[in-house]
Design a protein around this ligand. Structure first.
Ligand SMILES: C[S@@+](CC[C@H](N)C(=O)[O-])C[C@H]1O[C@@H](n2cnc3c(N)ncnc32)[C@H](O)[C@@H]1O
Length: 314
């Protein structure tokens, strides 16, 4: 076994364990390409480990490097006493569009993980993503803290983890996702947290259509976290976050209460905000304050806080 990779993971976990315990965080990143020869990512979910191997796309597969993946797996077994079943390998390269959210297996095995005040249902085996985006942990907490008495809209809500925190913080939450599976999963997450889904709103619809339907209501907080690319049988046109950002942000701003705030997040590494958005609204790039302690990659996501220019006191 390579002691280099073993020692690095051991050191990372030693640095993170007391923090995770203090904030009651069961799921966190314990290794992120720290050693260039081991370009892998490992996320811990209690006693299970998700290992992302994108090396097929990104690094050379010279023979001397081919042992590195098994060495990482051996290190996890040795350090944590993990069995094969507790180490889940995600090998497929990141897909564009809907296929990223399709099933890759059919175990239907789910478990729960705690994150501070909340618990979430995750499925570590069947999809490329687990049901919880760990990089948005701080964003969830930020929204929880501001949600009391507020109308909150979560667009592209996925499994509703931001919605759960908004509701736990005392907000009334509308969660929109095109997928019926994720909409049900979001409602399961509400129930898991003692929240009654019927007291909130779940919309299974293309978020782009939802945004353009006439509405009387206004929202105090909007969380907009679209995929980089989206197209599906249920959509007439494709969506690309950078290409389509201006009408998307404008449509959200039309739904925002006068003193409301829009958090616009995305994962496109090369994303650039259109200057017209900065000219039209008061925009702050808050990315740095939203990257959690266990992530090393400053470009894992990007978040803009967007308000109306006329908001008093700013
Ligand atoms: C939260 S977003 C993407 C999150 C993250 N930023 C990323 O790129 O992986 C993923 C969710 O968007 C949903 N989704 C994709 N296109 C959609 C659309 N046009 N309208 C509503 N939901 C959509 C998917 O069903 C999925 O639950």
């Amino acid at each position: 076994m390579s002691t280099e990779i073993r020692n690095r993971i051991k050191k990372n976990v030693a640095n993170l364990e007391s923090w995770a315990k203090k904030f009651q965080i069961d799921a966190y990143r314990i290794y992120e390409r720290d050693i260039p020869d081991y370009p892998f990512i490992v996320d811990r979910y209690n006693d299970k480990f998700i290992v992302y191997d994108r090396s097929i796309d990104s690094i050379d597969s010279r023979e001397d490097k081919q042992q590195h993946f098994p060495q990482l797996i051996d290190a996890l077994k040795d350090l944590f006493g993990a069995s094969e079943d507790q180490i889940i390998i995600k090998r497929r390269s990141r897909q564009k569009g809907e296929s990223q959210y399709e099933k890759t297996a059919e175990t239907n095995r789910t478990e729960t993980v705690r994150e501070g005040e909340a618990v979430f249902k995750v499925n570590l085996y069947d999809y490329l993503d687990t049901g919880l985006f760990l990089d948005h942990r701080l964003m969830r907490d930020k929204i929880r803290k501001q949600a009391k008495g507020k109308e909150v809209l979560n667009l592209f809500c996925y499994t509703g983890s931001v919605s759960v925190f908004a509701a736990l913080g005392g907000g009334h939450v509308t969660s929109v996702d095109m997928s019926a599976t994720y909409s049900r999963w979001a409602q399961d997450n509400f129930r898991l947290n003692g929240l009654d889904p019927s007291q909130h709103v779940f919309v299974t619809q293309n978020a782009l259509e939802y945004l353009h339907e006439p509405k009387d209501e206004r929202f105090d907080i909007i969380f907009l976290d679209p995929p980089t690319f989206s197209n599906s049988k249920r959509m007439d046109e494709s969506f690309e976050v950078e290409r389509d950002q201006v009408p998307l942000v404008d449509a959200c701003m039309d739904l925002l209460a006068d003193e409301g705030v829009l958090y616009f997040s995305n994962n496109k590494r090369s994303f650039k905000l259109e200057p017209v958005i900065e000219a039209s609204y008061r925009v702050r790039d808050i990315t740095a304050s939203t990257i959690p302690k266990d992530f090393r990659d400053p470009k894992i996501h990007r978040v803009y806080e967007i308000r109306r220019k006329s908001t008093p006191g700013l």
